[in-house]
Design a binder for this molecule. Sequence first.
Ligand code: NAG
Ligand code: NAG
Ligand code: NAG
Ligand code: NAG
Length: 172
Amino acid sequence: MERSKAMMVVVAAMAFALVMVVPRADATRFIVGANMGWTTNVNYTIWAQGKHFYNGDWLFFVYDRNQMNVLEVNKTDYESCNSDHPLHNWTTGAGRDVVPLNVTRHYYFISGKGFCFGGMKLAVLVENPPPPPTSSPLNEKSGSPSSIYRGQIVLPAVFAIGALWDAFVRVW
Ligand SMILES: *[C@@H]1O[C@H](CO)[C@@H](O)[C@H](O)[C@H]1NC(C)=O
Ligand SMILES: *[C@@H]1O[C@H](CO)[C@@H](O)[C@H](O)[C@H]1NC(C)=O
Ligand SMILES: *[C@@H]1O[C@H](CO)[C@@H](O)[C@H](O)[C@H]1NC(C)=O
Ligand SMILES: *[C@@H]1O[C@H](CO)[C@@H](O)[C@H](O)[C@H]1NC(C)=O
């Protein structure tokens, strides 16, 4: 009986640790330009205004893969629309590119092929997320943009806890 109690504590501690290492549950995936997407005739400075981009969030670029692309450049090249030496080419070819914002810094994106000059340029400042709310971090907010992500992290955690539980039952 003592032994099974001890095992129970170990399993509970491991499950708790597992939940604690899970990344931010409230991360946001921003669709750049909202329902307009990544295209001409959108002012992305205005789109980004008032939004907070936190470390762990994503940008999702949706666009015409036959025309535009997604290039990360430095500040100088952002201002001059120079696409000759991108820092990172995020273009995968599908017209749907996800960029993880995983460093707290300024990020600069442009479309090459001349579209930057027409306004296809986006600058965002990625900040550290604010401290989590005191309530459960896994609180479900239905319809929030991160609900897919939440499923991706919670399911493996549930499976891992299940596996630990199996191991515990076998020892017991
Ligand atoms: C951006 O890169 C260009 C070319 O490599 C360089 O001349 C320029 O100084 C860089 N600007 C910044 C702000 O790093
Ligand atoms: C970016 O990568 C895509 C896919 O690999 C490639 O087709 C395209 O030529 C690249 N563009 C630049 C400017 O490097
Ligand atoms: C950020 O994400 C990029 C692309 O997935 C990756 O190459 C890079 O190592 C990551 N950086 C950090 C600090 O996690
Ligand atoms: C986008 O809007 C900002 C703020 O109103 C303005 O300063 C900027 O010139 C506009 N950019 C373009 C490409 O029209």
